[in-house]
Design a protein around this ligand. Structure first.
Ligand code: FAD
Length: 478
């Protein structure tokens, strides 16, 4: 095994030509447009990251077509001590696949084969698009358990390495919940790369590690029997009522014998919904719950909404909603809210806030009163470890970074946790602590610290001895 004693440090010189020569015969490009494309993801949601990450491009982009080619890229990068950053669909929000120090961008999108599938599980290559896998599963009578609202352009490997949960998490929990991801195939970055298989608890070693401890080449996902989901929009007089209804509906969905079979439950207040194309003039001036459910749950869901002063105003399959000029509920949820707002209002950004359970609507009401016009509320209900949870992705009318930091402090003073979307550092985003198991796995799978360097603070501090871990990348633009 290569020794961490020789780990890559920002500023170390490397020969990109040596790697290029080693990869002769592979699909390698280094034109400016390809490099610039590989130097971006959706970090521009954050004005902070937009300023810090612009222009950080790889020196070249490699698009392997087989496991053997992935191994060749890993070996060449290790041999020549060149940084290697994996890229899927490039839809991450925190510059996750942006190479801070140049090197090779390994684009996995040509590894997109469905290898084996039945109605209960799918074995796919990591570059397969989530939507394509869902379509393949549906042909067998199954479907994905969850997906991000970017499913049409995001890869399975990117979701595992960079994502958390999504549409479907109301029913199946978060990605990290046992049984959702069944196995991963991971290639180590060493002079003689190894191909490892992770199963069960081991999956968390590479899940949400931002591609810093191994290249995921295959993923085995659990499926669930296919359902044609009914999308609904319910309107309420007060956001308070939407949240109280969400808690009641969610509780009926997570109980042992669910009365409601809900796939998505997304509360969005009235100042946000006008940003959605197709809804601008159709939702009156009221607060909304966007949801997906089985057809059999529809009547009970509407009856419950009425108990909270609301009612379902639109419902139908996704195709029916689209035919009526309405958006899919998938695209009114999770981080699509920020995307829709940014389309017409470049002065908007967002936060990610987890609440102590159970969610207290009175606390949210106090926060809305305190933040006034600065913060517009949006909450996702979800299941995590079998429990109903709720977290917010509020829009922020952005003024400056100081404002963001003081809003975060204010949420934290309420007992909330911030999953900071304005940092590229893994630990500073959600965890706020070192994941010792992931770090130990990095020593094994990436002993030279070549994978996505600058993203893991604990590596920088403990292995490289850089206090604070924030690498000064300013002189490293390529
Ligand atoms: P990329 O952005 O390409 O990569 C993400 C990270 O994974 C990077 O660190 C990259 O280096 C690493 N990586 C990629 N492929 C591999 C691999 N094969 N091996 C090792 N590392 C790899 N996320 C959610 O979790 N839930 C949501 O509901 C959600 N909604 C979103 C909505 C919008 C509008 C946007 C812009 C983003 C949203 N996201 C969401 C974030 C993102 O879209 C998803 O996490 C998505 O699954 C990432 O997949 P990707 O292929 O684009 O990954």
């Amino acid at each position: 095994m290569d020794s961490p004693a020789k780990a890559y440090r920002p500023g170390d010189r490397f020969s990109i030509d040596a790697v290029r020569r080693a990869l002769a015969g592979l699909d390698v490009v280094d034109d400016a447009a390809s490099r610039e494309r590989a130097g971006r993801d959706y970090y521009w949601y954050s004005p902070v990251l937009n300023r810090q990450l612009a222009g950080r491009n790889p020196h070249l982009v490699v698009r392997p077509r087989s496991l053997e080619e992935v191994v060749a890229v890993a070996a060449a990068c290790a041999q020549h001590r060149v940084p290697l950053t994996v890229r899927g669909g490039g839809t991450g929000n925190y510059g996750q696949c942006v190479p801070l120090f140049g090197g090779v961008s390994l684009d996995v999108t040509a590894l997109d084969r469905v290898l084996d599938i039945d109605s209960g599980r799918a074995l796919v290559e990591a570059g397969a698009l989530l939507h394509s896998v869902d379509q393949a599963a549906r042909a067998q009578g199954g479907q994905l358990r969850m997906w991000p609202s970017t499913a049409r352009i995001a890869t399975v490997g990117g979701f595992i390495a960079g994502g958390h949960s999504g549409i479907g998490s109301m029913r199946h929990g978060i990605l990290a919940d046992p049984g959702n991801v069944l196995s991963l195939q991971v290639v180590t970055v060493e002079r003689v790369p190894r191909v490892l298989e992770l199963r069960g608890d081991e999956i968390r070693l590479a899940h949400h590690a931002y591609g810093t401890n191994g290249i995921i080449t295959q993923v085995e996902l659990a499926l669930t029997p296919a359902i044609e989901w009914h999308h609904t929009i319910a309107l309420f007089d007060h956001y308070d009522d939407v949240l109280r209804f969400g808690l009641a509906a969610g509780a009926l969905a997570v109980q042992a014998n669910p009365v409601l079979d809900l796939f998505q439950l997304s509360a969005v207040e009235r100042r946000i919904t006008p940003y959605y194309a197709g809804l601008r003039d159709r939702l009156e001036d009221r607060d909304a719950m966007f949801a997906q459910m089985t057809q059999a749950s529809l009547a009970g869901y509407d009856a419950l909404a009425r108990q909270f002063g609301g009612r379902v105003v639109e419902s139908g399959t996704e195709a029916e909603l689209l035919a009526r000029g309405l958006p899919s509920c998938t695209e009114c949820a999770y981080n699509h809210t920020t995307l829709e707002a940014l389309k017409s209002d470049p002065g908007v950004t967002y936060l990610q806030v987890a609440y102590p359970g159970p969610l207290d609507p009175a606390l949210v009401a106090r926060q809305m009163a305190r933040f006034g016009d600065e913060v517009l509320m949006h909450h996702e209900f979800s299941r995590s470890a079998g429990e109903l949870v709720a977290f917010a992705l509020p829009l922020v009318i952005y003024f400056d970074e100081l404002q963001l930091r003081s809003l975060m402090a204010s949420f934290e003073a309420d007992g909330c946790w911030i999953f900071d979307p304005h940092t590229w550092v893994l630990e500073d985003g959600g965890m706020k602590q070192v994941d010792e198991a992931q770090l130990a796995f990095k020593r094994e799978a990436d002993p030279l610290g070549l994978m996505n360097p600058g993203k893991v603070r604990a590596w920088d501090e403990r292995v490289l001895g850089i206090p604070g871990g924030q690498l000064s990348a300013s002189s490293q633009k390529t």
